[in-house]
Design a protein around this ligand. Structure first.
Ligand code: FBP
Length: 561
């Protein structure tokens, strides 16, 4: 097979492990904490997770002790692994770490890859992972080793089918590598298996570039590091182009669904003129007009200094946090979606012309929402109307917020020009960075972190634990000082309203406006808005000094201060 020189070199990279996992597996011991509680709604969650609720935290240690006699890491095991949801750099290394752990324990152990996401489990689509397969994917990006999918295991039939597959393959464990929803699924599956007398254990692993699966015990989700570094390289290149040509304002939308962690981290790495944070927009109830005013203020100030160029970062989920747009989206969801069985209202779907659709909305939406819809540029308004998921919800990632903002900034600047508040020239370019970062070669941090997560998942399985998420902490220290273990999934849960009823879910971590990262950004942004302070981080370095190659994100470092 033809491969690139970097791919070849990455095959021989040896991921670093925490000291507790890097020695002989026979020396690994488990230290248990006290029983744990869920974040809230404890009685209801205790009732839902009757057999798996409230397990203790577990930390691994690599020191020889007397206690370890009861553990047998040399047992032959059958495990299966699932990649769930959007791609995130490092997924292949989680699988490699899990595989190596299993094989180190017992050469005869088997790791099945469940193909195409969670449906691989319900439909029993498998591949037996071998040295040849694993070696082809070590330290590489992507999820192509077994594929991924967004199927949610939620119906009784899907749970029963999962159990059937577990029985057929005689599985000791299933490892689900996914985000908050997939790990919620892992918790439900662990409970279902145990409650139905199955000995198949279920372990989760924290994945998502969005960085919103984190808490006291999960310091970051894997993939966030590499994705942010990839976007920051691109943003830094654009900053340099802007500073060279001095003729464009670049509006860059960044992936991250609801949370703005990616935008915030990229802002630290590149120091753009403006970076919007959705969580702040919501907290301060900032209207669209207010946001546009904030951007125009930077444009006008920089024009005074003769700098008619700049860079604006826009988080993907912004529109959902702007009060009036959120309201519009909710009304559209209610109006267009008849119900979940029949997602699009029949009458609406028969209207093909935008003018007819607008006329329909003049009768079905509130005056305020209709007014906003009419104010939006036609192509953007159409994205609000047409891009819907199977449940009838607007898919915000497909709304070109960056273009919407450019259009509104242009209009406001024209008004400011008339009143003499602005004397510059505004030319623009728009970009959307998302898929560019999800399958990049994992940084050394993600390569090491993911391999450790996979290896730690093996230790949890071999210890017979279920309903845990693999955890590796102390991530700003050198890898040998990382602390590996497991966190009971139920302790990260609460109940939330989903599709009309309260469901157990892992709480999503949005940007904390009182946290060190946001506070640091707040201190710096006024200067960035006016002066040119761009940073140019360049591409991810894989070989070289640790301070160039192994540094974790600024967000993680600030959170650890
Ligand atoms: P996960 O939450 O599954 O990790 O996916 C994250 C993400 O990359 C978001 O940033 C983005 O909004 C979404 O996936 C895009 O999904 P798709 O790949 O289906 O277009």
């Amino acid at each position: 097979m033809d491969i690139s020189a970097l791919q070849n070199a990455r095959y021989s990279y040896k991921p670093k492990l925490p000291a507790s996992l890097s020695g002989s597996i026979d020396d690994i011991t488990l230290e248990y904490g006290s029983p744990t509680e869920a974040l809230s709604d404890r009685d209801e969650l205790r009732n839902i997770f009757k057999t798996t609720y409230g397990k203790p935290l577990v930390a691994f240690s690599g020191k020889k002790t007397e206690k370890k006699a009861s553990l047998d890491f040399r047992r032959q095991l059958n495990a299966a692994v699932i990649l769930s949801g959007g791609q995130a750099p490092g997924g292949h290394n989680v699988i490699a770490g899990l595989y190596d752990g299993l094989k180190k324990g017992n050469e005869k152990s088997t790791l099945y890859g469940l193909k195409g996401g969670p449906s691989g489990l319900t439909e029993n689509r498998t591949v037996i992972l071998t040295d040849d397969i694993i070696n082809e994917y070590r330290n590489t990006g992507g999820f192509d080793i077994i594929g991924s999918g967004r199927t949610k295991i939620e119906t009784p039939a899907q749970f029963a089918a999962s159990l059937e597959t577990a029985k057929k393959l005689n599985l000791d464990a299933v490892v689900i590598i996914g985000g908050d929803d997939s790990n919620t699924n892992a918790a439900l599956l662990a409970e279902y298996f145990l409650a139905n007398g199955s000995s198949t254990r279920v372990i989760g692993c924290p994945k998502t570039i969005d960085g919103d699966l984190k808490n006291e015990y999960i310091e970051t989700s894997f993939g966030f590091d590499t994705a942010c570094k990839t976007y920051s390289e691109l943003i830094g290149n654009i900053c340099r182009d802007a500073n060279s040509a001095k003729k464009y304002w670049h509006f860059i939308k960044l992936m991250g669904r609801a949370a703005s962690h990616i935008a915030l981290e990229c802002a630290f790495q590149t120091q753009p003129n403006v970076c919007l944070i959705s969580e702040e927009v919501e907290e301060k109830s900032m209207s669209l007009d207010k946001i546009v005013e904030q951007i125009c203020s930077s444009v006008a100030k920089r024009a005074e200094n003769g700098e008619n160029f700049g860079v604006v970062l826009v988080p993907e989920g912004l529109v959902e946090f702007i009060p009036e747009i959120k309201h519009l989206i909710n009304e559209l969801n209610d109006t267009i979606a008849a119900d979940s069985e029949k997602p699009i209202h029949e009458k609406f779907s028969s209207l093909t012309k935008f003018s007819d659709q607008l006329e329909w909305f003049s009768r079905t939406l509130s005056m305020v929402s209709y007014g906003i819809l009419k104010l939006l540029p036609e192509d953007i308004a159409q994205q609000f109307l047409m891009d819907r998921d199977p449940h009838g919800n607007v898919q915000v990632s497909r709304i070109e917020t960056e273009k919407l903002l450019v259009g509104m900034v242009q209009k406001k600047l024209a008004v400011m020009k008339e009143s003499g508040q602005y004397r510059g020239k505004f030319d623009h370019q728009t970009h959307f960075f998302g898929y560019e970062g999800r399958c990049a070669f994992p940084s050394n941090f993600d390569s090491d972190y993911c391999y450790s997560l996979g290896y730690s998942a093996f230790v949890l399985i071999a210890s017979g634990l279920t309903g845990y998420i693999s955890s590796v902490k102390n991530l700003t220290a050198n890898a040998d000082k990382w602390i590996a273990g497991g966190v009971p999934l139920t302790m990260m849960m609460n109940l939330e309203q989903r599709h009309g009823s309260k469901k157990p879910v892992i709480r999503k971590a949005l940007v904390d406006l009182n946290g060190k990262p946001f506070k640091t950004f707040e201190e710096k942004r006024a200067l960035w808005a006016e002066k040119t302070c761009f940073l140019f981080p360049g591409s991810i370095q894989y070989f070289g000094p640790a301070e160039v190659c192994d540094m974790p994100t600024v967000t993680l470092r600030l959170e650890h201060q």
